[in-house]
Design a binder for this molecule. Structure first.
Ligand code: SF4
Length: 329
């Protein structure tokens, strides 16, 4: 491992100052992804700014309703918070579907948003990988690509975002607050992560030195009736092959409002707004949900080993909505 400078920040201003806008510096929270990446030689920062003592550990009500989640709230605490369980059940379920209890006890809200892909070739420095080393090529294109993207990919990278939490946040219209050398700003969750395009080495739209401080969940009636369904190779401690965060608000026998975000299919949480619009005014039936699934997967493209994901994603959507509608209709 490369030698690096370590320091501990005591508040946000101090953290941002210690980091500077160096591309070579990293914030260290729970460390559940970054430390692995450093051990594998995938990340080799010259400076680590430990933010674990920065006071961003609270979940607070927002004045107009909704919740503000500190970036250092542990995944376990967020999933168990009674307000999250009651008002944003998809978020609680998504977090509990991720990783293991030990990892969730360490992992933070901000870190979960920042975790990097689990593409095998990204972690193995013996292979070409445009995300790890721009311009070197993409070993997954002709390699073992069973877990890879079917939507939004490019010829430079077909990796998927591994986060469950972020998928639920995408369906719930979360807003990410950041602070950096140029001040504070807010980033809607759908603009936080990037598609790979020509620069798959860049995962997010954060600017150099910016630190995630909070995530806001807006008040939402539809969010109260939401759920997360994850399909994976084994029932725990596995990343999603496909997943769906869904929400429904009913008006009599018709759908008034719907939310749909997919995980395991793209370089970012994939919000399917056209599919949501199609559901409005429709009855909550398998036929409606199948139509929405077809729209959501329009344009999907598979590779040698992952074409099955296109049908699997459709079935995940139909089942997630159907299970949820059992209580909504
Ligand atoms: Fe690297 Fe992306 Fe290709 Fe995986 S899919 S090898 S992360 S460029």
């Amino acid at each position: 491992m490369k030698t690096f400078e370590y320091s501990r920040a005591h508040d946000v201003t101090d953290a941002v100052h210690r980091h500077g806008s160096s591309e070579d510096a990293k914030y260290l929270g729970g460390g559940t992804n970054l430390i692995d990446l450093m051990k594998y030689g995938v990340e080799s920062p010259s400076r680590l700014v430990d933010i674990t003592h920065v006071p961003l550990t609270k979940i607070s009500p927002l004045p107009g309703g909704g919740l503000r989640i500190g970036a250092l709230v542990r995944n376990s605490d967020l999933a168990a918070d009674p307000r999250v369980v009651r008002d944003y059940p998809a978020l609680s379920q998504a977090i509990l579907n991720g990783a293991s209890p030990q990892l969730r006890n360490m992992a933070t809200t901000g870190g979960n948003l920042m975790q990097r892909t689990r593409c095998y070739y990204f972690y193995d420095t013996a292979f070409a990988c445009n995300k790890r080393k721009p311009g070197s090529g993409c070993s997954a294109l002709e390699g073992i690509n069973r877990i890879h993207a079917i939507l939004g990919q490019s010829q430079n990278c077909i990796a998927v975002n591994p986060s469950d939490m972020s998928v639920a946040m995408a369906a719930l219209d979360a807003v990410v607050h950041v602070e950096g050398p140029d001040g504070k700003r807010e980033i809607p969750i759908l603009e936080f992560h990037r598609l790979p395009g020509d620069t798959p080495n860049i995962d997010t739209n954060l600017r150099p030195g910016e630190l995630i401080t909070f995530v806001d969940l807006p008040p939402s009636l539809v969010a109260r009736h939401s759920a997360y369904l994850k399909v994976r190779d084994r029932n725990s401690y596995a990343f999603a092959l496909t997943s769906a965060a869904v929400a429904l608000q009913m008006d009599g026998g018709k759908i008034r409002s719907a939310r749909l975000a997919l995980g395991g299919v793209a370089h970012k949480p994939w919000r399917a707004k056209e599919a949501e619009a199609l559901l409005v005014g429709k009855p909550a039936t398998g036929e409606s949900f199948q139509s929405a699934a077809e729209v959501a997967l329009q344009g999907a493209q598979g590779y040698k080993y992952n074409t099955f994901k296109i049908e699997l994603a459709k079935r995940t959507i139909v089942r997630a909505f159907s299970d949820l509608a059992g209580g909504a209709a």
